[in-house]
Design a protein around this ligand. Structure first.
Ligand code: ATP
Length: 207
């Protein structure tokens, strides 16, 4: 089974590319979905986060108030680091379980859509690694128009992440998403050929 890593920057087009994979019948494990599941009321992740951040981050129904928690960690890098550290093991096992289920169903190629693929060191499980790249100005404009946020807010969310050019440098396959959706589809088709071709021993890491 091949596990393809899919990552990029905020608003660079990962979900759009992930939808193209699904449209081509290739299953995608979405780390954001896993991250939501591991924070559901009563789970191990929920208990750790409530113990660390206090009852104030809970809604009246006991679920984590995600926007509130997001605001807290967004403005405080230490708290962001703590949250990532607390949830990382649960997210890793959630991803592992999701991959296992697909493997047991007989899937030969699986895409892991993980925004923090490098930061969480999940890249070591994946080959090839696809980075969806976009130029900084386009990234800013798309983020502002998708989320209806101010330029200042969008800029600080972008700068809170690992620089996209560092991710670009670690890509096996770069999908440039600076152009139109049609351009993206063309770039995706080229990537798809590489993703579905047999790997050489060297590419597989067994040189
Ligand atoms: P996040 O990290 O926030 O989850 P993402 O990397 O998944 O973001 P998308 O949501 O796929 O990014 O794309 C960001 C926005 O840009 C969306 O509104 C999407 O519809 C739009 N978009 C993506 N690619 C293009 C394109 N080539 N042309 C125009 N708009 C695009």
């Amino acid at each position: 089974m091949r596990i393809v890593g899919l990552t990029g920057g905020i608003g660079s087009g990962k979900s759009t590319v992930s939808n193209l994979f699904k449209a081509h019948g290739i299953p995608v494990v979405d780390a954001d979905v896993v991250a939501r599941d591991v924070l559901k009321k009563g789970t191990g992740g929920w208990k750790k986060v409530v113990a660390a951040f206090g009852q104030d981050i809970l809604r009246p129904d006991g679920e984590v108030d995600r926007p509130k928690l997001g605001q807290i960690v967004f403005s405080d890098p230490e708290k962001r680091h703590l949250l990532n550290k607390l949830l990382a093991p649960y997210i890793s096992s959630g991803i592992f379980l999701a991959v296992l289920k697909l493997w047991m169903k007989g899937c030969k190629i699986i895409v892991l859509d993980v925004p923090l693929l490098f930061e969480a060191k999940i890249d070591r499980w994946t080959k090839p690694i696809i980075v969806v790249w976009v130029d900084p100005e386009t990234q800013l404009q798309r983020l502002m128009s998708r989320d209806g946020t101010s330029e200042e807010d969008a800029k600080s969310r972008i700068s809170a992440q690992m620089p996209l050019d560092l991710k670009k440098a670690r890509a096996d396959i770069l999908i440039d998403n600076t152009g139109s959706l049609e351009d993206l589809n063309n770039n995706f088709q080229k990537a798809l050929v590489y993703v579905t071709k047999p790997l050489t021993w060297t590419e597989f890491g067994l040189s």
